[in-house]
Ligand binder design. Sequence first.
Ligand code: ADP
Length: 481
Amino acid sequence: MKTIKSKILLTYVGVTILALVLSWFFTSIRISDYLEGLTKERIKSATRQIVNYLVSDSIDNYNNLYNKIKIISSLNDTRITLIDSVGKVWCDSDIDIEKIDTVENHKNREEIVNARNNHYGFSKRFSHTVHKWMIYYAEYYENPLHIGDKKIYYIRTSIPIITINRLGTEIKFILGISAILSLIIIFVTSLQISEWMTKPLKNLKDFALDLKNGFYKRRFHVDKKDEIGILAETLNQLAESIENEKSEVERLESIKKEFITNLMHELRTPLFVIESSLETLQNMNFADIEKVKEFVGKASNQTKRLHKVVDNLILISKLRTGEQVVNLRSLKATDFIKKIYDDYKEIIEPKNIEFVLSINAPDDIKILGDKQLLSYALDNLLDNSIKYTQEKGKIELSLSTDDGHVVFIVSDTGKGISQNELKKITEYFYRPELDHNSKTGGAGLGLAVVKEIIRMHNGALIMESELSKGSKFGFKLSISK
Ligand code: ADP
């Protein structure tokens, strides 16, 4: 796998090498041009000196001329060629006297042609005569130079290009050294830059891998506001939401498990009583009518309890899924509560419990509600009060108003509930420890149903209680116009 670090490194080094090669290339061309220019100047002034020398000196024979030319040539590090009007080479410092006649006619050589046209001319080519790359310079004299007894029309000097290259090589060497140095510097700096850039990325990668492996509690320390900082912050938020989701899923899972366990228990207990009562009845002497009544009664009570559990569960489920439609109608609160009071008066008073109705609200006050469901809610609250209030106790059903709301309360002087229990009382199947297996205890679904009904009415549940003193359960709904 190619890491970002190595990619950055390669890119930096690659770009630097490319830049160096390009600058090397262009600098070389420039240097070569410059050196060529210098060489041309040099060859031009050298030629001037040579001409002056040759013209001023007295040369009596060819050998004498040849030797002189050779000396000047070696002093100036140049090749000197003397050419007559038709292009014949008459004397050349690099060619032996004996071979001079075999030299090719120079009339059409580029520098000679140029000189003929412009008085002087340059050219650059490989000399087959001396087997070297040369730069040539020629001057043309309309009035020929008189050297010895000869008339010289062209004088040509040349320098091997190797001279240029040698000077260039030194400069190129310096360039090469600085290229290597800059390459090292770039390598070290880019190594550090890539390290500096990729370190947070590497940490971020480790963090993301941790998240992938389920360590959702880990957080990335963000101290920068750059792209990496934003990415890290986003990953932190992601980890947090996953963590929350996970604990929510776990919570729901445990609620589900607890619900099923409680449900099984609530169904099994009455079924067991019903089953054993029926078995007892089967083997019973029916003459003992009191005993028969007792067991039929037991079976009947448990069937009712079972029925209630199932009814409550079905209602909660329907309300939650929306299958049970909430029929919101305008209800006159006073009429509604009076009707309930009348129904319960007959049930409560025979139990030797005082039952009071208190109305502290205008007679025509209205609410928007589902009459059936709200009655069911109040039924549950009243049933509880009856269950948990002893004889000579008091139950009060009240209606009042409070800041745009109608408040329904069932209060009793019953056994009350502790504050701790009160917090959990609306959970499914929840019943305080003391109530378990007691005759009074239902399945612990009544208040859960009330809560659901009030929620569907956008109302608020009211629960207040004090152990051994009594309780207040109720709800408030918005006043309707
Ligand atoms: P259940 O069907 O068992 O009555 P609820 O959800 O209606 O279930 O009530 C849950 C528990 O809350 C009851 O078991 C009881 O312990 C307590 N409770 C409810 N109402 C009262 C009340 N008025 N006085 C004392 N305890 C109450």
